[in-house]
Design a protein around this ligand. Structure first.
Ligand SMILES: [Fe+2]
Ligand SMILES: [Fe+2]
Length: 187
């Protein structure tokens, strides 16, 4: 499967708006990889595939989680988290993507995790700050992204956690762990 075929297969999974977002994440991930000496090819691939299952029906994602023994705790947390794990499963089974670093970057792009790799950080941050994003504070994240992947990601997770608190929603523990770990890395 070459990159062009993967692009078409990915585009076919989602509405145009999500595809435009995906292209923004690809562009931003490549820029971040260049800035921080990351792997541009893996950044491009992981960014292209990061939202592969985002537009899938909830029932379909739930079935994948249950039938393939993806982490069952996902089911009690926000459905926003599901597509990341389901997407990693899908690109492996449907397209034979076996690169563990790429699969992990897809799997953890929403939640983060302890010990995020550079590729995890690039894809996760690119997802927050791609040019189509427009939420309060995004410009500050874009500025921080020029200084430090870790500083920008801490600020990004803080904004997510703040929104979850304001809305009275649950916080996925792995995101708190990811944030604390990034702060430790900055010390
Ligand atoms: Fe996503
Ligand atoms: Fe995304």
């Amino acid at each position: 499967m070459n990159l062009e075929m993967l692009r078409e297969a990915t585009r076919a999974q989602m509405p145009d708006k999500r595809w435009k977002h995906t292209l923004g994440v690809v562009e931003t991930a490549i820029k971040l990889a260049k800035r921080y000496g990351g792997d541009s090819a893996k950044s491009e691939l992981a960014a292209l595939l990061h939202d592969y299952s985002k537009a899938w029906a909830i029932d379909r994602m739930e079935a994948v989680i249950r039938e393939n023994r993806l982490p069952p705790e996902l089911l009690v947390h926000d459905k926003e988290l599901w597509h990341a794990h389901v997407g990693a499963w899908a690109v492996r089974t449907e397209h034979g993507i076996e690169d563990v670093e790429v699969l992990d970057a897809i799997r953890y792009h929403t939640s983060g995790r302890e010990g995020m790799t550079q590729l995890d950080k690039i894809v996760c941050l690119a997802d927050y700050i791609e040019p189509g994003r427009d939420f309060p504070g995004v410009d500050r994240l874009r500025e921080l992204a020029k200084q430090s992947l870790e500083k920008a990601l801490v600020a990004a997770f803080d904004s997510t956690i703040e929104v979850l608190i304001q809305r009275g929603k649950r916080i996925f523990p792995q995101t708190v762990i990811a944030r604390n770990d990034l702060i430790a890395q900055l010390k």
